[in-house]
Design a protein. Structure first.
Length: 143
């Protein structure tokens, strides 16, 4: 099983056909007027797996960490992802995909670099970085 994507968005919804509906996708900087800053976002995860993994479950952990690698008071999410069997109407050779969305509402205590560290069965498979930055005056006036 491999992580194919980890996208930070303002909001996301999964549909039964495997597609995502994203609003404000591709967040890498969160602008804030003051700290602590409350962030509200969704982490969209996609995994590709092989036929030998189908019918099993894998444990996913996502831990939000600061630039020092600390997680003091920051959320850690642990969940199980089921890997469905290939549907009979799927063509052979089509990739098997497992998708998920994790919604976050949390406070970030200081400006700086954060990262959503993604682990699969305890092994690091990816990172979704996020910078919390002071909103420039030009952006504040535009909104």
């Amino acid at each position: 099983m491999n992580l194919t994507h980890a996208i930070l968005t303002d909001a996301a919804q999964a549909s039964p056909d495997g597609k995502y509906h994203l609003i404000g996708g591709g967040i890498s900087i969160w602008w804030a007027d003051e700290v602590p800053a409350t962030i509200r976002l969704a982490l969209v995860l996609g995994f590709e797996y092989s036929a030998v993994e189908a019918g099993r479950q894998r444990q996913i952990e996502v831990e939000l960490m600061n630039e020092d690698g600390g997680a003091d008071g920051l959320p850690k999410i642990t969940t199980v992802v089921p890997l469905p069997d290939r549907r009979p109407d799927m063509p052979f050779g089509a990739p098997l995909m497992a998708n998920g969305i994790i919604n976050y509402i949390t406070d970030l205590p200081t400006y700086g670099t954060y990262a959503f560290q993604i682990l699969l069965d305890g092994n690091h498979v990816g990172t979704a970085p996020l910078v919390l930055a002071r909103r420039p005056q030009a952006l504040a006036q535009a909104s």
